[in-house]
Design a protein around this ligand. Structure first.
Ligand SMILES: [Zn+2]
Length: 162
């Protein structure tokens, strides 16, 4: 078997992350996101300046934001959430800042207040987990996690009564 066919075969059978937003990256790099400025090189996203030859693309995080297609959803509920709204929003923004510095695809999509608390959506599973852990350690609530089989999606329910 010649080399071209071999690599074709490798591609077919290589177990990939089954995440549509990662699987459809149009370029192997170098590339940069025209929306947020993140750059893509050797399979990794970073905030480093892109090379002059880099191709302009839209990164998976910006595409998820545009489509409002969350990888992580947190439902924060209970009287404590309603009574400490701003404190919680500040904490969530702080966790996002810290997380996306090293992981550009981990971002907030939106924080939506509702009658039982807050709904928070993220572009990455990791950020959703980090927010839930930060809430646990700051406020000692109760959290439940539900992942899909591929672990490309997480729903977290977090609550604290008083
Ligand atoms: Zn982007």
């Amino acid at each position: 078997m010649d080399k071209a066919r071999l690599s074709q075969k490798d591609k077919l059978f290589k177990p990939e992350r089954i995440d549509p937003y990662h699987a459809t990256m149009p370029s192997k790099g170098p590339a940069f996101c025209g929306d947020c400025g993140a750059s893509y090189q050797a399979g990794r996203w970073s905030w480093q300046a892109a090379e002059a030859s880099a191709e302009r693309v839209t990164c998976p995080a910006c595409r998820r934001k545009a489509d409002n297609a969350a990888a992580g959803t947190l439902m924060l509920k209970g009287p404590f959430v309603l009574g400490h709204h701003q404190e919680i929003v500040n904490l969530i923004n702080h966790v996002e800042q810290a997380e996306k510095e090293g992981h550009p695809l981990e971002r907030l999509i939106r924080i939506t207040p509702n009658s039982s608390g807050l709904t928070v959506t993220t572009t990455g599973v990791h950020l959703a987990n980090r927010i839930a852990h930060a809430l646990d350690s700051a406020f000692q609530g109760h959290s439940e996690y539900r992942h899909n089989d591929q672990r490309t999606q997480v729903d977290v329910s977090w609550s604290r009564n008083a």
